[in-house]
Design a protein around this ligand. Structure first.
Ligand code: HEM
Length: 549
């Protein structure tokens, strides 16, 4: 018996020694790893940038600890931005994040042909958008951008105006059912913007058999996906795929993706069938796509263009061919399969459906809330509409939209105060020296461009929290840094749908303002904002409508 006890004692002593040695080795390894990191190029440059105190290994994780919901995350981010100059850094473990909001620095990143890669944080979009334009990089992005941009040429967009009108009138019918009630206009705007995209960029018409394809259901699945992706950004343990895959969110993601991809698949397969039928009948318009691509202007990567959409307008490539986005994709893959494959078309459709609807749904909902909160401004918008249309209930034309100068300023002011994309993120592939301060962001870091913050900085917009459409009077715009107003981003990776969005918003919102007076029972200062990918109100976009005679 004693022997056994002695043996056990010896065993436990040696296992103690073993544990002690392991502990010492682990501590030394951790200390060495910490030392290695602290003396690295990234840490040396990163730690020169102002930011909250960070802890070894977890960095600034404490900054996002204990957040109770998306509205609080947004508030905390704003509070943090006020504590530092016009740049702040944070460590997520050893990963460096740098937030910038000085227009001169923003220009350095956005106007570059080098820093065009999206940050690692966009990888959570992969199962949804694959290698679509929003997240693709390198040659693939360049080729597809060149291919897709002409589909948003002004000549194509002009041809959409009747469809914008048709869909706007459908929205009016639905909104009429809400007159007198307080309701969330975002639901209506989401449904409308999905339907408008389907019938314009996708050239899709629902058949009787496809009535079950609900735009609203699709839009709700997109909102849920954005919420999940935002959670993965904020809760660092969900960044690890193996942990995330064990969570309940993974199952919700699968359900959402089945709704989203089911929806876009139906659109794509119907449009492919249409194409094949037309091909059989010899109905395809001339000249051939190859001819157009051959004559398309070549972007000089060094010419410092801010936006390639303007370039396309100056060198009209598609006067005779008004190919909507999806027609262009399908035709290209038929005649030139090396340019885009079937899988890639699906990914681009998913990208355009997401980027094209959620952003404009948020933009138009904020616009209506602003009308409700600022009756004097609403009256001016209405008077401009009366001056254009008189008492006629006629449809809006493209040239009417050019007359809507005040409406345009109000839309810009809405996008300034409530930019649908509140943050843009890039991965810097080379060390980049900023323009305004003596800081260098090291290669491999994530740069966050705080659009919301840029738009709310007094140096860019005096009295930045006041809703004032006169901020966009020509003389004011002329005196401002170009990168101080970037709701559509800027530079080579700017929004490809910018002109589409502005035209659609004008037709849709003009139709609503001509039909209804908007009221808001919530004051602007009480809005609860949340920035889960797309800026929204966590308290809902509540408004009340009154019919105009
Ligand atoms: C008010 C409406 C809109 C706003 C505020 C907006 C804003 C933006 C912003 C800020 C980006 C850059 C995102 C980033 O770098 O992470 C972007 C990219 C993009 N947007 Fe929009 N957008 C709007 C409407 C649209 C529409 C209507 C479409 C298409 C029909 C569209 C398609 C795209 C695409 C494809 C990209 C990726 C471009 C690339 O990386 O080359 N957007 N948008």
């Amino acid at each position: 018996m004693n022997v056994t006890v002695d043996h056990l004692d010896i065993g436990s002593e040696s296992s103690w020694n073993y544990s002690l040695v392991t502990l010492v080795f682990s501590l030394v390894a951790l200390a060495l790893a910490h030392f290695y990191h602290e003396t690295s190029h990234t840490a040396r440059l990163g730690n020169q940038i102002p930011g909250p105190k960070s802890l070894p290994f977890i960095g600034n994780f404490m900054v996002i600890w204990g957040l109770k919901g998306n509205h609080h995350a947004f508030k905390r981010a704003m509070k943090l931005s006020r504590m530092f100059g016009r740049i702040v850094r944070g460590w997520v473990g050893w990963k460096l994040l740098v937030v910038i909001w000085n227009p001169e620095d923003v220009e350095v990143i956005l106007n570059s042909q080098v820093h065009i890669d999206k940050s690692d944080e966009y990888r959570f979009f992969k199962p949804w958008l694959g290698n679509g334009l929003l997240i693709s990089t390198g040659e693939k992005w360049r080729t597809h951008r060149k291919l897709i941009a002409p589909a948003f040429h002004m000549n194509v967009l002009k041809s959409f105006v009747p469809t914008f009108n048709e869909n706007s009138k459908k929205v009016i019918k639905r909104l009429r059912m809400e007159v007198g009630n307080e309701f969330d206009c975002h639901d209506h705007m989401s449904e409308a913007t999905v339907d408008i995209l389907l019938s314009t960029a996708m050239g899709f018409k629902k058949t009787d058999k496809q009535k079950e394809m609900s735009a609203f259901k699709y839009a709700m699945a997109v909102m849920k996906m954005c919420d999940i992706i935002h959670k993965r950004h904020l809760k660092f343990w969900y960044r690890l795929n193996w942990l995330y895959n064990l969570s309940s969110f993974k199952k919700v993601e699968e359900k959402c993706l089945s709704v989203i991809h089911g929806f876009t698949n139906k659109v794509l397969s119907q449009r492919r069938n249409d194409f094949n039928e037309n091909l059989k009948k010899g109905n395809l318009p001339m000249p051939s796509l190859q001819d157009i691509i051959k004559t398309a202007p070549k972007n000089d990567p060094t010419d410092g263009l801010r936006d390639d959409l303007d370039d396309i307008d100056e060198n009209d490539v598609g006067e005779k061919r008004r190919l909507a986005f999806l027609d262009l994709m399908i035709e290209t893959s038929h005649y030139n399969p090396s340019q885009i494959s079937d899988v890639e078309i699906q990914q681009q459709v998913d990208t355009i459906m997401f980027e094209g609807h959620d952003t404009t749904a948020a933009g138009s909902s904020f616009f209506l809330c602003m009308m409700g909160c600022h009756p004097d401004i609403q009256e001016k918008v209405y008077q401009e509409q009366k001056a254009i249309f008189g008492d006629s209930g006629r449809d809006c034309t493209f040239s009417d939209t050019l007359e809507m100068k005040y409406m345009e300023r109000v839309i810009f002011e809405t996008l300034r105060m409530y930019p649908p994309v509140p943050v843009i993120a890039r991965k810097v592939n080379q060390d980049v020296k900023l323009s305004s301060e003596n800081y260098t962001i090291p290669a491999g870091s994530t740069v966050l461009i705080g659009t919301y913050k840029i738009h709310r900085t007094p140096e860019n917009f005096p009295n930045p929290d006041k809703f004032d459409p006169d901020n966009f009077l020509p003389e004011k715009t002329a005196n401002r840094h170009y990168y101080s107003f970037i709701p559509f981003s800027a530079g080579p990776r700017s929004c490809v749908g910018r002109k589409y969005a502005m035209l659609k918003l004008k037709v849709l919102l003009s139709t609503i303002v001509r039909n209804f007076k908007v009221k808001s029972l919530v004051k602007e200062e009480d809005f609860k904002l949340m920035g889960d990918i797309i800026l929204k109100r966590s308290d809902g976009f509540q408004i009340v409508l009154e019919e105009r005679n």
